[in-house]
Design a protein around this ligand. Structure first.
Ligand code: SF4
Length: 425
C-alpha cells in the first residue's frame, strides 16, 4: 500500500469528502488553519465509519470540529479567512494570535525541560525526569496523520521558535554520553517512525556502542502502529527495520515500542495485527498509552475493551492520560472526577493482566500526577493524588491530597490540602 496524505489543499480529492456537510468543511478549513490537519489514506479508508460521522471516534480523532476553537476565536479566524479583502498578512497575524491563546508549550517544556551542555542548550532534547531523556529527531517531525487532540501541535505548524528538533551535529549524543544517570532514551516527535530505516538507524545505532552502556532502554513513541501499520509489514525497508529492532534487543538493551492507541477501532484491521506480530517477533515489547478524550473514548467500556484486546495481542497497557492543558483542550477535556470514575470502572472490568495501566495521569509541570482516588479526610471530600514521575525524584510515589472539585480538569485547578505539598512543586 502506498501512503497518500490529505491536507487542506487536496482534501476534496478524497471520495469521502463528499460525505461532509458544508459546516464540517468550513470547520476543517477554519480550525485547520490554526491547528495542523493531515490524514492518510489508510486512516480514512479503514478506520473511519463514514456512515457514523461526525460521531465516529477516528473521525473525531483526525478531522477538525468547530468546537475545537472557542466560539470567539472561531469567528475571528472565519471572518479573516472568508473576507475577500484580507491580505495574507492579516490572516497570518490572526492565526498567530489565536495560536498564542492555546498555550503551545504546557508544563514548562520550553523553560524547564531543556538541558545544557557546556552552558549551551542541547537542541531537540528534553530532560525532565532523572532517568529518562526525550529526543526529537529533526527528520521525524511529521506524523502519518495528525491527531486533533495532540499536545505536540506546535511541532507541526512551521514555527521554529515553538519546535523541538535535534541539530545537525546531533549534540544529544554528547549529552547522553556525559549523563551516566540516564538509563532510558525516548525517541519522539512528531513520530520517529515517519523516518526511513536508514535515518532511524543514524539516530539510534550510536547508542549501541560501549560508551552508552548506561542506556539500557530505547523507547520509540509512535502512533504508526495504528495509523500506518504498513510501516511494519509492507514498506520498502521493512526487513531492514525489523532486523534493526532485533539488533537493539540482541545488544543487551531493550527496545520498548510505546504505541499511542486511543480507541479499539484502531486495532480492527488484519494489517494492525500483522504489524504487532512483526514488531514482537524482534523481541520488542509494545506498551500502549493514550489520553482520555471527550467525543472519542470517554466511557469505561471503550477502555476495558481496548485493554482486553491489547492484552490478547501481547501489548501491555501502560498509561491513561488526562488531556493536557494546550490546544483544543476545552473540546476534549473530561473532569478529573469523571476521569477517575471511568478509570475505576474500566479497571474493575479487566483481569489482573491488564491492570498494568496507570492513570488517570496528568503530565504537569512537577511530573506525572495520578488521580489515585476520591476519599474523605476529617469529613472533607478530597482527591488522593500521587506523583508517578517527578522532576524532583524524592517526590516519586508520594501521596498527597487536594480538595475535591467536581469541575477541575487539571492540576492547576486544584487546591492542595497541605501547604507543605507545594514544596514538591
Ligand atoms: S501521532 Fe502523536 S505526535 Fe503525531 S499528531 Fe498524533 S498524538 Fe501528536
Amino acid at each position: 500500500m502506498k501512503i497518500k496524505f490529505y491536507t487542506l489543499k487536496n482534501m476534496e480529492s478524497s471520495i469521502h469528502f463528499n460525505k461532509l456537510s458544508n459546516d464540517q468543511k468550513e470547520a476543517i478549513k477554519v480550525v485547520g488553519s490554526v491547528l495542523p490537519f493531515r490524514v492518510n489514506n489508510y486512516v480514512i479508508d479503514n478506520l473511519i465509519n463514514w456512515d457514523d460521522i461526525p460521531n465516529d471516534p477516528v473521525f473525531q480523532l483526525t478531522f477538525m470540529q468547530k468546537g475545537m476553537l472557542s466560539q470567539e476565536n472561531y469567528e475571528k479566524v472565519k471572518d479573516v479567512l472568508y473576507n475577500e479583502n484580507s491580505t495574507q498578512a492579516d490572516i497570518a497575524s490572526m492565526i498567530f494570535k489565536v495560536r498564542k491563546d492555546l498555550n503551545p508549550h504546557p508544563a514548562g517544556q520550553l523553560s524547564q525541560n531543556v538541558p545544557k551542555l557546556d552552558d549551551m542548550e542541547v537542541e531537540g532534547v528534553q530532560h525532565k525526569y532523572k532517568e529518562t531523556v526525550l529526543v526529537f529527531p529533526s527528520s521525524g517531525q511529521l506524523c502519518h496523520a495528525y491527531c486533533t487532540f495532540c499536545f505536540r501541535w506546535p511541532q507541526f505548524i512551521g514555527d521554529k521558535d515553538l519546535k523541538f528538533s535535534t541539530d545537525k551535529d546531533m549534540e544529544y549524543l554528547n549529552y547522553l554520553k556525559e549523563n551516566k544517570g540516564v538509563t532510558d532514551v525516548l525517541f519522539t516527535g512528531g513520530d520517529p517512525m515517519i523516518m526511513n530505516t536508514k535515518m532511524i538507524k543514524s539516530y539510534m545505532e550510536p547508542l549501541l556502542s560501549e560508551e552508552y552502556s548506561h542506556i539500557t532502554n530505547i523507547r520509540i513513541g509512535s502512533k504508526s502502529l495504528s495509523y500506518w501499520p504498513s510501516r511494519f509489514t509492507q514498506d520498502n525497508d521493512v526487513d531492514e527495520l525489523l532486523e534493526f529492532f532485533q539488533k537493539i534487543n540482541q545488544s543487551g538493551k531493550r527496545l520498548a515500542f510505546m504505541a499511542h492507541i486511543n480507541h479499539p477501532n484502531e486495532m480492527k484491521t488484519e494489517e494492525f495485527v500483522k504489524a504487532v506480530k512483526n514488531i514482537q517477533s524482534t523481541g520488542t515489547i509494545i506498551r500502549s498509552q493514550a489520553p482520555l478524550l471527550k467525543h472519542i473514548n470517554d466511557d469505561a467500556e471503550t477502555w476495558s475493551t481496548m485493554w482486553k484486546r491489547q492484552v490478547q495481542l501481547g501489548i501491555i497497557p501502560y498509561y491513561m492520560f488526562v488531556e493536557r492543558d494546550t490546544g483544543p483542550k476545552e473540546y476534549f477535556s473530561v473532569s478529573l472526577s469523571d476521569a477517575y470514575e471511568i478509570y475505576q470502572k474500566a479497571i474493575q472490568n479487566v483481569s489482573g493482566l491488564a491492570r498494568t495501566v496507570r492513570g488517570p495521569s496528568m503530565s504537569a509541570t512537577p511530573g506525572k500526577v495520578c488521580v489515585d482516588g476520591i476519599t474523605t479526610i476529617n469529613g472533607e471530600k478530597v482527591f488522593a493524588l500521587k506523583l508517578l514521575q517527578a522532576r524532583n525524584s524524592n517526590a516519586v510515589n508520594r501521596p498527597f491530597f487536594a480538595k475535591y472539585d467536581k469541575e477541575a480538569t487539571w492540576l492547576s485547578d486544584l487546591e492542595l490540602l497541605e501547604d507543605n505539598d507545594k514544596l514538591f512543586f
